[in-house]
Structures are given as C-alpha cells and as structure tokens.
Design a protein around this ligand. Structure first.
Ligand SMILES: [Zn+2]
Length: 510
C-alpha cells in the first residue's frame, strides 16, 4: 500500500514542502530511498526502523520504497525521519489517520522513538502556513522557536513517535502551541549596554548618530584603547526597533543556522556580529557542503563589525561587495543556487598605523611612511568606496576619562534617529528597495540632494582642495542629506555640507 505524508525542507532560508511517499509491498525485505537524499537521509533508515520497533509497533518485513518528491530539490538533514516512520505505519495500516485536514511533519528520530530538534524549523512552519496546511507536527524541543508564528496554523509539539501516531489517529495527546505576540517578544530586557557608558568622544557620538540616522557604513580609525569596539557594540542600541518582518526574517536565518537556542531564541534586538579577522570567506559569506548562512547573514538587519580591518585577507574583504551592494549573498553549488539575505550596517575599525600610535599625542609612532602606506593599502579601494563615513577616534585624555558625568542615553539618541528615519521612509515611498539615504543611487542623489548656491560652492571647493573622487562627492551629498534630515530641514544647507565633508576621508594615506 502507498502512503503520502507532507514534510518540509529548507532552501536558503525558505521552507519548501516535500512529499514523502512510502510504498510497502510484498517481496524481499529491503528498504530503499529515492529522490536525491543526502547521506543523513539515507542513514535515517536505521533510525526509523529502530524507533518503530522500540515504540512497540511492528516493522514490516517487506519491500519498502521511500520517495522524496519533488526530486530536483536537494533534501538535507534528519527531519524526514518522522514523516518516513509515519508513512510506513500508515502504509502497513498500523496507523489510520483520523484527523481532518493535512498535517506537515518534521522531526529527527532517536533509536528509542524520541523526536528531536531540527534546524530551520521557523521557515518550515511559515511555508506550511503559506500552503494552507491545517497544522504542523514538530519536535517539542523546537517549540520555543515555533511560538513566534502568529495564528493561521496549528502547531503540535511531540516528544515521541508514539505521540505523533496517537495525535494523527485522532487522540488529543498533544497540546497545540499558542502564538506569541510581538509585544510579548519585545518585553525581553535589552542588553545592558548603553551609549551613556561612553565618556567624552562627543564628535564620535555625533558621527555615529548620523550613521544610524542615514544607514551609512562606518570606518573608525584610532589607537588601541580608544574605545572603537565599545562604540561599535553600542551602535545597534540607537538603531530603530526591528519590525515584525525583520524579526521573522532574522530569526529564520538563525533557525537555519541552528542558532536559536537559549538567549538567541527570538531575534528581537538587532544582531551584532564581530567575526575575527582570521575568518574564511565561507565563514563570512556563507557556504559549506550544506550551505549555511555566514556572518553577513547572521548580521542581517543588524550590525557587522570588522575590527582590525587591514588584518582581514584581501579576498575575504572583496566578497563583501555583493552583500553591501545587493543586501543578499548568492551561493552557487553544482546543482543549485541559494540566496541568503545579508542587509547589515557595516562598521569597520583599524589602527591608524601598524604600531597604532600615529597621531596619538601620548605615545610615539615609530612607523615609517612606507609601513603606513602598506598597512592602509591592504584595504581595497572598492570596499572603502562603500563606506560613507570615515571617522577618527582619539584616545581619551585624563580629564575626559575621569569625568563622571554620564552622556546621553541610547534611548534619547534613538528617538532622534527614529525621527530622521521617518522622514526618509516618507521620501522613499515610491522608490522600492530604498529605505534610507545611504542606499540612494546617483539618480536619487540628483533628485533629493539639491544644493543651493552657497552649499554648492563650498562642496566644489572642498572636492578640489581634498582631491576627492566622484564617489566621494556622492557620499558627501548623501551624508549632507542625512544631516539635514536630522535638523528636519528640506533644503540642505551649507553647515550640513561642511559637517559631511569632515567625515569623508580622514586619512591622507588612503
Ligand atoms: Zn605607528
């Protein structure tokens, strides 16, 4: 007899439904799976057999064929154990389904019949809901992750094969999960870092506020101990709240990467990722034989911080260009192409010179001009061109360090950032894909960054004096637009241009 069970797999960060067909016929006892299963799926035979037996059901001594369809989709992971076992029990009429409606099943089985956690559950639930299924039977271990899907689908957590069988047979053994509302999710206390922790550094804080307001990428240059990392870590606390869709999208990525445990369960605060400079390009961009999201995707909707920028391998930095431009990464494999979202704000940091003390004032720099050139030259020009805001962070002097007064809190700064973002949201309503000033292409810059006579003269003079490129010219205009938005003025003024010019290119070594 043939039985058909619905299950789900993940492609990139999206779930796709898989039909698990199980055929049990008379013949020599054998158990084969077809439909491009990877090695984990093949190994599932042993687990399924043991689980069925150990739950006290009879395992058929007949010819079993399992087909996973559609055949052209790659299937990975152990999540098909549960649907295959249920299919076998149904094909041998041990299980007669009495539930109305169609249920999707996912779960890995242990030999004793326990149902265990799978990665990527959240996208699977969303896919099952999109396809109008009645419900989804999931491992109980995943139930926290399932809790953020709003109504529209029944979520049935089970911890054993037996519970799944009994539920499908019509018994009320498992309690469907309720859904969590957005408000409940946001009630999580924020991480205990705040801008008020930072002493002095007024102009740096102002620059970070500009960056947050307009979505501009940042390069921080400063000696060791000047607090570059501390500043970067606090940056996400002044970014706007995540929207429900952003939360769902980012959590999907963590779900696929198997990182939704404990504290990272629901990504309601913007992620902050700070990979070490020894990272490989696969680690940064994503990859592996079963493609996994990389750091750029784990930073999606949040902040990617690259400290010691010149220490990163050049080709690793070069792969950053696609996500910075497109907000996503494409990973090509022999039989498929996957896309992971990767829209992040980039903060980079470096020392001003190899020893770190150039321009420090307290310590002497021993680097030669050539050393410095070689050091800064490691950063590729195209990457620098995509960083709007270049900023020098000085070491704090004694007076600043001993100052006990707290600075402005993240909350106050964030409220201003929110206002500036609201202006941009309105501006770009008719420009799909653009949500902040930094994303403007040259056409939009021409449209929205008009200068009056005086500002225009100032900019021209600066460009000539500093020898700036056309790209730098556009970056200044975009930043000036942001600064004007922060002042809530439609017309960009001379002072806005003057401030933007400061952040354009701080080091003459680039
Ligand atoms: Zn030096």
């Amino acid at each position: 007899m043939l039985s058909k069970i619905t299950s789900c797999s993940v492609l990139g960060i999206d779930g796709c439904l898989i039909q698990v067909e199980v055929d049990v016929t008379n013949g020599l006892p054998m158990f084969s799976t077809v439909g491009l299963p990877d090695s984990t799926v093949r190994e599932s035979k042993d687990r399924v057999k043991a689980a069925i037996k150990n739950c006290g059901y009879q395992f058929p001594v007949r010819k079993i064929t399992v087909n996973l369809a559609p055949a052209d989709i790659r299937k990975e992971g152990a999540g098909f154990d549960l649907p295959i076992a249920i299919g076998i029990l149904e094909a041998t009429e041990i299980l007669v389904q009495r539930r109305a409606g169609c249920y999707c099943l996912v779960g890995e089985l242990s030999l004793d019949g326990g149902v265990h956690k799978v990665n990527g559950l959240l996208p699977m639930i969303l896919a099952a809901r999109t396809h109008g299924l009645q419900g989804i039977i999931i491992p109980k271990e995943n139930s926290d992750e399932a809790g953020i899907v709003p109504e529209g689908i029944d979520i049935i957590p089970v911890s054993t094969l037996q519970q799944a069988v009994e539920f499908l047979a019509g018994m009320d053994v498992a309690v469907p999960l309720g859904s969590t509302t957005l408000q409940e999710m946001n009630s999580r206390p924020p991480d205990d870092i705040d801008f008020s922790d930072i002493k002095g550094q007024q102009h740096v804080k102002r620059a970070l506020e500009i960056a947050a307001s307009g979505g501009h990428n940042i390069l921080l240059t400063g000696p060791p101990g000047s607090g570059k990392t501390m500043l970067a870590r606090r940056f996400s606390t002044i970014l706007p709240e995540m929207t429900y869709n952003e939360i769902l999208e980012t959590t999907k990525i963590y779900s696929v990467a198997g990182k939704t445990s404990g504290k990272n369960l629901l990504l309601t605060t913007r992620p902050f990722r700070a990979p070490h400079h020894t990272i490989s390009d696969a680690g940064l961009i994503g990859g592996g034989s079963v493609p996994q999201p990389g750091e750029v995707s784990l930073a999606h909707n949040g902040v990617l911080f690259l400290d010691e920028l010149p220490e990163f391998k050049k080709h690793v930095l070069e792969v950053l260009r696609q996500p910075i431009e497109d907000g996503e990464v494409t990973i090509a494999r022999a039989n498929m192409t996957l896309t992971f979202p990767a829209r992040f704000m980039l903060i980079t940091a470096m020392n001003p010179c190899p020893c770190g003390f150039l321009g420090d004032g307290r310590n002497r720099c021993n680097c030669s001009e050539t050393d410095i050139k070689r050091y800064t030259g490691k950063i590729s020009g195209p990457l620098l061109d995509r960083i709007d805001l270049h900023l020098e962070v000085a070491a704090l002097n004694y007076q600043e360090m001993s100052n006990k007064a707290h600075g402005e809190s993240s909350k106050i700064i964030k409220a201003r950032v929110d206002r500036a973002r609201a202006i941009q949201e309105k501006r770009f309503t008719d420009d799909p894909g653009i949500y902040c000033n930094s994303r403007m292409g040259s056409k939009l810059v021409e449209k929205y960054c008009l200068l009056d006579q005086k500002s225009s003269e100032l900019l021209e003079k600066s460009v000539r004096r500093l020898g700036l490129s056309a790209r730098a010219y556009h970056r200044i205009l975009k930043m000036a637009r942001t600064i004007a938005d922060m002042a809530d003025t439609g017309q960009i003024q001379q002072a806005h241009v003057a401030e933007a010019v400061q952040f354009c290119r701080i080091s003459h070594h680039f």
